[in-house]
Design a protein around this ligand. Structure first.
Ligand SMILES: [Zn+2]
Length: 102
């Protein structure tokens, strides 16, 4: 796979469907690159921010960050799911795994 990551359109966690959408206006309005909506089970990502294209690697890293939030939510680890340091470091490991696996 040469380290290429395909961001899915949807997947399941603990049997519940999670959607992945791209919404540049939403990201711009809320001033973030990504969001995990635990209630709606939607991960929002963006392709553009402040008129600039977001790099592929940045979008992928954001996806893994939001995915980690969602996994912890599905595990009912509600304290951990809001621990941004933990989420970010775990997501970095997931990203590294995806990038380096053969
Ligand atoms: Zn976060």
């Amino acid at each position: 796979m040469n380290g290429s990551i395909i961001i899915p359109e949807r997947f399941k966690l603990a049997g519940k469907r999670v959607l992945v959408i791209v919404d540049d206006d939403y990201c711009q309005h809320h001033e973030f690159f990504g969001e995990a909506d635990f209630t709606e089970k939607v991960i929002t990502l963006c392709d553009k921010y402040n008129g600039k294209r977001i790099k592929k690697a940045e979008k992928e890293k954001t996806f893994y960050h939001e995915l980690t939030h969602m996994i912890l939510d599905s595990m009912k680890r509600h304290r951990l799911k809001y621990n941004e340091d933990f989420v970010e470091e775990f997501a970095q490991r997931l990203y590294e795994f995806e990038k380096t696996k053969v």
